[in-house]
Ligand binder design. Structure first.
Ligand code: SF4
Length: 212
């Protein structure tokens, strides 16, 4: 399958079959909770984040609650997520800024999201896409790796890969593709133990796969 659009189409169809129902790997019920969960997920598994937010959100689930919580208390709750000192500072500052600049609400534009403390392009894209239904294609290292392996991008970094994937898929597919690629990467596309011949995707792409 040498044509890149054929490959993209095949990947989209195959992932839709494997994961007909999708939902965010992070548990959340409003944009603020998702924003906190995504910040906590840096260098941490989603499973652990979900455990931590189960403890955090009953105690603090709004910018007001978080801004009133002491740094020590916040740190002790989010400690299992790692980088807890920086994350606690960013989350508290975030709560304060949402109150002072955005009336206690998470803004629903990508640019405003990116202006918040601790919120980079990927975090803003996840919240914009998953909480607000905006058109964004967040690319993490897993999606970057898969796009390379499937010959969908030769981007040297996540920004280039994101641009390539956005041009290959219709914007109405970006949200679902982003989640499905994460799910497939975690379930099948690990560094070890995969079988190129049996793989539902790479077995069709063997002529263009260079490294596994
Ligand atoms: S063969 Fe391996 S690298 Fe290729 S998609 Fe399947 S699991 Fe991933």
């Amino acid at each position: 399958m040498k044509n890149i659009f054929d490959r993209a189409n095949f990947v989209e169809k195959t992932l839709s079959k494997i994961y007909p129902e999708i939902h965010s790997p992070l548990q959340f019920s409003d944009p603020f909770r998702l924003l906190i969960a995504v910040i906590l997920s840096a260098q941490c598994t989603d499973g652990r984040v979900n455990q931590v937010t189960k403890e955090l959100f009953p105690r603090a689930s709004t910018p007001e609650d978080i801004s009133k919580m002491s740094i020590n208390e916040l740190e002790s709750i989010i400690r299992p997520c790692g980088l807890f000192r920086n994350k606690a500072k960013a989350i508290k500052l975030l709560g304060e800024m949402l109150i002072s600049r955005f009336n206690g609400k998470v803004p629903n534009s990508l640019e405003e999201l990116k202006s918040l403390p601790g919120v980079g392009h990927k975090t803003a894209s996840v919240v914009y896409s998953q909480a607000f239904g905006g058109y964004a294609f967040p690319v993490d290292t897993h999606i970057h790796r898969l796009a390379q392996r499937w010959g969908l991008s030769s981007g040297k970094n996540v920004a280039q890969t994101e641009a390539d994937l956005r041009s290959l898929f219709d914007k109405t597919q970006w949200h679902d593709m982003h989640i499905r690629m994460i799910l497939f990467g975690r379930e099948f596309c690990k560094a070890r133990g995969h079988d190129v011949v049996k793989c539902q995707i790479c077995s069709k792409f063997r002529e263009i796969i260079i490294t596994h």
